[in-house]
Design a protein around this ligand. Sequence first.
Ligand code: SF4
Ligand code: F3S
Length: 108
Amino acid sequence: TFVVMEECIQCKHTDCVSVCPVDCFYEGPNFLVIDPDECIDCALCEPECPVDAIRSEDEVPSDQIEFVNLNAVLAKHPNWTQITQQKPALADHEKWTKVAGKLAQLDR
Ligand code: SF4
Ligand code: F3S
């Protein structure tokens, strides 16, 4: 499966969602995740993200390994909904792009 990592938090560019052939992206207030039960490992989304937030599960850096489980959990969150069409990034995305440790900012 592919995984959305920390770089997406507070940015949410959404270029990724429009290329997914199985529509397996789910959206929360300031982050997106991939449902590992639906992802077919096509890799189309990875190069679409302007902030490099998407990696194959086996290429997620060790300091972001918790995002593997976080994608699986949040994809089933009752308030998170499927997203299939691109929309504008979050207003403050430029300010947050280079900030590290954004997991504390994640809204569920
Ligand atoms: Fe969708 Fe393919 Fe990305 Fe999986 S790897 S989330 S199937 S675009
Ligand atoms: Fe997030 Fe990148 Fe998609 S910032 S919404 S993973 S294009």
